[in-house]
Design a protein. Sequence first.
Length: 342
Amino acid sequence: MDIQPCLKDNCRNLNTSTSTIDSSFLANFFTLILGSIAGIAPNAIIIVGIYRDRSMQKPTYYFMANLAICDVTLSFATLSNLMLIAIEFRIGLPVSVYNVSCKILAIFLTCWSYTASIQTLIIISAERYQAIYKPSKKLTAKRAKQLCFIAWSIAFLISFPFLLTSSIVQRDRKYCFPYSVYNGWAGIMNSVLFIFQYILPAIFMMTSYSLILCKLKKRRISPQHQESAMSKMLKRKTIYMLLTTTIIFLTISAPWALSLFVVVVMGQLPFDLEKDPSNPLIQSIIRSSKYVLPYTTLYNPIVYCIFNPKIQQLYFSRCERLIPRHHMIVAPRNQTSQNILT
């Protein structure tokens, strides 16, 4: 399994007496740093903005904030691991400290935040489906917070075993692996993650949004109900926003999911598969999976900024410079931007 970039060459023990830094490692190192840092600032703006603006303290905005928290946590975990690499190279780390850091930062925290993102996306799609098909059941802010807590709780239960199984493994250098050897338990966990954290969520979310869009397009609105027609149009644009984030998430996460599948089928650890030159395709999948997760933190703020006027306001002139005015969705004067999210 390859949960996070630090599970690969980037978690090596860089003792100056036994290893040197090559150009490939430096390129990997700074690529991960760039992706992690770039993911923190825009998501932090969303979190702070929703916290400070009472008009944005609504259920859907809470879900947006929860996704932003997941992304910031993932970026923090990646940066923390990169800092550990640098410290290990300069002054060295006690084995016990390195092992605990491996368990908590390199494996558990990354898996926890990433899995919480998936759970939140599932909850959002289910909530949007209920809002369209059963509009009489309104989602309260309190219930939204409870659902966010449930998302993190489910993710914790899924990620907890890695606190027990992950460790430092000595190969040509020391590496941080979720398993010291590939065994039956490793196969089970990889299969569970592949099926229940990618395949089934992808089917559920894409089906939900497809049914929602069909429902919104099916009803014809008479001329006497123009306000209702406008409300439906705004709801449709919200679904497009959420569907866009879901598709991008699934696309960027595909190498990670494929690496899980490959590890189960081949019955080997990612490190061994990457070092085997007999199958270049598998090598490419394993290597690309090292870099995708930090960059899953970048796209949500961009999509929100394109589709949502309130999020646009959080970024002020940045959004206006990046997005042509005719592409920005502005709510009519007789409706608030909250109509877009109901």
